[in-house]
Design a binder for this molecule. Structure first.
Ligand code: AMP
Length: 214
């Protein structure tokens, strides 16, 4: 199965993609994750991407397309994969169409994860990663016990560099302007599915699986 996950920053794409990868063996391709790795490794590509990411702007299409083409050429993505955070604008969606034609592939679905604005803000401003376990937590939604478990084990609650309020506001503006038009793009192709992604991760995952098997 080849799936595009669509949704605003904070809609839970990464969380659900990780669940699908673990549960169904669908390789997750997250351009945001691949870019953060390049930034951390200090590669030339990472250096070019860094400032855009810090401001909540999109990284240039040529960088992202290069990453995607390399990743789709790997053997584990020969049949199935899940695109998380790509495409992010109409140009990227059209380029993806061309890449898929070249690979003789097609998409099975584009799934929009629909979340109310106030919940998005809390998910983004509250998002933390435990430095010890890598577990994703949230100061508004995780239990006190989950948060304390990280701290008492000597971990720190780390915040992503682009999860500060100014950048978050910009990322949401960019999503509206650049990425939202993809909803109509995939609806026109007849492959758009919409799920209510306001609930807790397990509930959202149940809805996602229902859509995938229908
Ligand atoms: P994400 O982890 O998906 O929220 O992405 C984090 C940041 O990486 C975004 O705010 C962009 O700066 C950059 N990024 C990720 N995916 C793309 C993409 N497909 N096109 C352009 N920039 C991207």
């Amino acid at each position: 199965m080849r799936i595009v996950l669509l949704g605003a920053p904070g809609s839970g794409k990464g969380t659900q993609a990780f669940k699908l990868q673990t549960d169904m063996g669908l390789p997750q391709i997250s351009t945001g994750e691949l870019l953060r790795e390049a930034v951390a490794a200090g590669t030339e590509l990472g250096l070019r991407a860094d400032a855009h990411m810090k401001n909540g702007e999109l990284v240039s299409d040529d960088i992202v397309l290069g990453i995607i083409k390399d990743r789709l050429a790997a053997s584990d993505t020969a049949k199935d994969y899940l695109l998380d955070g790509f495409p992010r604008n109409l140009g990227q969606a059209e380029s993806l169409d061309q890449v898929l034609i070249d690979l003789d592939q097609s998409l099975d679905a584009a799934i929009l994860m629909d979340v109310d604005f106030e919940i998005l803000i809390k998910r983004l401003t509250g998002r933390r990663t435990c430095s010890k376990t890598g577990k994703l937590l949230n100061i508004y939604f995780s239990t006190k016990a989950e948060l304390e478990e990280c701290l008492t084990n000597g971990g720190e609650l780390l915040q992503r560099a682009d999860d500060n309020e100014d950048t978050i506001r910009n990322r949401l503006r960019v999503y509206k302007r650049e990425t939202e038009p993809l909803i109509e793009f995939y609806a026109d192709r007849g492959i758009l599915r919409v799920i209510d992604a306001n609930g807790i991760a397990d509930e959202v995952y149940a809805s996602l699986k229902k859509v995938l098997v229908s």
